[in-house]
Design a protein around this ligand. Structure first.
Ligand SMILES: CC(C)(COP(=O)(O)OP(=O)(O)OC[C@H]1O[C@@H](n2cnc3c(N)ncnc32)[C@H](O)[C@@H]1OP(=O)(O)O)[C@@H](O)C(=O)NCCC(=O)NCCS
Length: 225
């Protein structure tokens, strides 16, 4: 692909995002590459905090916590999915991963792990597991996870991490991987304390150059890859 093709491709992607009226746009790229930063700056994306792709090994004896959307009666799922949308909307109005949830369930890529009240999830994680998914062989990947903000969020985040590890071990994975923007400082520190270590430090670039939901107290996992 030539330089002109690359430029046209990114310009077309930006047109699509603008067409969707996406108020906050972003991408993940190499933290150590000024050439990549400069290339995306041409389109109005600016580097902010590092995003750490982290992982930790599993022992196979992780407890089962929370519950899974695939095990819920299909008639009861829409209310739970709406509960997940309420969690993300409380973090950043308009943030909505219902498409990711549907993709994982419809294509059998993994599951959605839930914690909290049966009719009002406190937190959830959209997980891939195994070959043929974004996780890969022997791995589970929390592609997105979030906990409703407010009192008790730190404890709920620890519970959600534990529930993801239980799901991952049950799915036969030997490793759980996930991503966090380090501007979500409290989440990043909780991950380190829970034994996660960084495998890949990347950078997220934002258009416009605003924090979005990368705030200190936001307990949310994603990596924008
Ligand atoms: C990333 C990629 C598209 C950049 O290609 P490019 O636009 O031809 O790269 P350039 O050399 O023109 O550099 C891009 C910009 O970074 C700037 N730049 C390069 N090195 C820099 C440095 N050390 N400090 C500051 N700016 C720098 C350049 O001046 C240029 O800015 P400009 O718009 O003002 O001219 C190209 O390297 C590529 O295709 N790589 C392989 C595929 C890939 O990595 N895709 C992206 C995955 S996230």
């Amino acid at each position: 692909m030539g330089a002109g093709d690359r430029t046209r491709l990114v310009a077309a992607a930006v047109d699509v995002l603008d067409g969707w009226d996406a108020g906050h746009q972003g991408l993940f790229t190499f933290a150590q590459s000024p050439q990549h930063h400069g290339f995306y700056q041409r389109f109005g994306f600016w580097p902010r905090f590092l995003t750490a792709i982290m992982s930790r090994p599993l022992t196979g004896s992780e407890p089962e916590l929370g519950w899974r959307l695939s095990a819920v009666d299909p008639a009861d799922r829409p209310a739970l999915v709406a509960g997940c949308a309420a969690v993300t909307d409380a973090i950043h109005p308009g943030l909505d991963v219902r498409g990711e949830i549907a993709a994982v369930l419809d294509h059998g890529l993994g599951d959605v792990v839930l914690i909290g009240e049966p009719d009002a999830p406190r937190g959830f994680a959209v997980c891939h597991a195994g070959p043929g998914t974004e996780a890969g062989s022997g791995v589970a990947y929390a592609k997105f996870a979030a906990v409703r903000p407010g009192a008790g969020a730190a404890q709920a985040f620890d519970s959600l991490l534990a529930a993801c590890q239980g799901y991952a071990a049950d799915a036969g994975a030997v490793r759980l991987t996930l991503g966090v923007n380090t501007a979500r400082h409290e989440a990043y520190r909780q991950l380190l304390a829970a034994g996660f270590r960084t495998d890949i430090p990347g950078i997220t670039m934002h258009r416009p150059n605003e924090p979005g939901y990368d705030r200190e107290d936001v307990r949310l996992l994603d990596d924008w890859r």
